[in-house]
Design a protein around this ligand. Structure first.
Ligand code: SF4
Length: 410
């Protein structure tokens, strides 16, 4: 029988994902030694602001004593706050409840270092998510450059793939498969420094898409070869490209370049895929995407083929779905994928501006909780396990699968 309740740490994680944490001086001080949040804390009108600046840097994530890692969302409305300091330890609490000890995900030394040509290692294309090193050497996505009948081909939720000046330092050229040697030299030195320092346990290749899936595959072949030349298989490497043609997948497999693949379908059902991911649908296609995932299972085996999903985007008003309908559809997809040996991974979708009101968030939370409990049951039913060569609870800041499998193990 499927469990109907989240274990306490997972429930707390979900609470903090939705409610966030309010600012305290302890949280502000932790920003001095913790991995930095991409978003500064913004004080609400009327909220006590000890910095006097209206915003303040805060840490990116904290961990509980049992290893559950939680991304920090700053929110002046949240009942949760952090007290303590680095020496005596930090504690998370809210009025009327006992405090619990927490730690902040630390800032590694290499992020403040430079490559031999004086370039900041933090800008060479390696990012850290807990113990996962995400390598993104070509973030610009060609889907942003194309329109059909006035509709952009980029995925509806994507705010990070625009090929603009933010990525110029990586030397990526639109319509060009290869990346400059200098880009590989710099990421190679950064990776050496990160591996020597420790704390990274898996590597994951990502990047923007090309409109020709074969060219995209050739780019990933090149990147995987160059990364393995430095990594020398010390850490497992996963390929997070779009779906790829079979012969390219065979090359990746035959050369033993990657241990897992993750082709992000983002959403189950062809009509939603066509609406939410028009570029993926136009340049690859829903059926071909799923077929590529199936072929990948034939090459890498069950438990080594993944597909990330944007969990909750179905609740955007234009799709006209109740949270129950959306959860049922997502679980139908999870079952169809698990039956093929493919593991979806559900990242909580954060609604775009204006939908941050309590009723919407409560529907989103109900959806995410039901989906995660149901999907935990499906992994058991199909005897599928998320490989720790792909991801662990230490890097799953916006996902719950690894937490549930660990916390609800028999
Ligand atoms: S494929 Fe979609 S999600 Fe990925 S970078 Fe392009 S637009 Fe963004």
């Amino acid at each position: 029988m499927n469990p109907t309740q989240l274990p306490p740490s997972a429930r707390l994680k979900l609470d903090l994902m939705f409610h966030g944490i309010h600012y305290t001086e302890a949280l502000g001080q932790a920003a001095g030694h913790a991995f930095p949040n991409y978003y500064p804390y913004r004080f609400q009108p009327g909220e006590h602001d000890p910095t006097g600046k209206g915003k303040a840097p805060i840490p990116y994530a904290l961990s509980l004593a049992d290893g559950t890692v939680i991304r920090i969302k700053g929110s002046g409305d949240s009942p949760w706050g952090v007290s303590g300091d680095r020496t005596s330890g930090y504690r998370l609490g809210q009025v009327g409840q006992p405090d619990i000890p927490v730690e902040f995900v630390p800032l590694p030394r290499w992020m403040g270092a430079q490559t031999s040509d004086g370039f900041a290692m933090a800008r060479t294309g390696l990012e850290l998510l807990g113990d996962l090193g995400v390598i993104n050497l070509a973030p610009g996505c060609e889907y942003f450059l194309h329109k059909q009948d006035g509709v952009s081909m980029r995925c509806g939720f994507c705010a990070y793939g625009a090929p603009d000046e933010r990525v110029a330092h990586l030397g990526q050229k639109i319509h060009q498969v290869s990346l400059p040697d200098l880009t590989y030299t710099r990421i190679g030195e950064t990776l050496e420094a990160a591996l020597a320092e420790g704390g990274v346990r898996q590597l994951y290749l990502v990047g923007g898409s090309l409109t020709d899936w074969r060219e995209e595959g050739q780019r990933y072949l090149e990147i995987a070869r160059r990364i393995q030349a430095v990594n020398r298989h010390r850490l497992p490497l996963s390929c997070g490209s779009g779906a790829l043609p079979l012969d390219i997948m065979r090359q990746l497999r035959d050369e033993n370049l990657v241990d897992n693949v993750c082709f992000n379908l983002e959403i189950w059902s062809e009509p939603l895929f066509a609406k939410i991911c028009p570029g993926k649908h136009r340049y690859v296609g829903y059926a071909r995407w799923i077929e590529a995932l199936e072929q990948a299972v034939g090459l890498w085996g069950r438990g080594h083929v993944y597909t990330a999903m944007v969990a909750g985007i179905e609740l955007e008003p234009e799709h006209g779905m109740s949270w129950e309908q959306a959860a049922d559809l997502a679980l139908e997809g999870a079952e169809a994928l698990c039956a093929r040996g493919i593991l979806p991974v559900y990242s909580l979708y954060w609604p775009v501006g204006g939908r941050d009101h309590p009723e919407y968030m409560s529907r989103l939370r109900n959806y995410f909780e039901r989906l995660n409990l149901g999907y935990h049951g499906l992994r058991r039913k199909y005897d599928l396990h998320i490989s720790d060569s792909f991801m662990t609870h230490r890097c799953a800041f916006m996902q719950m699968e690894c937490d549930l499998d660990r916390l609800m193990a028999d």
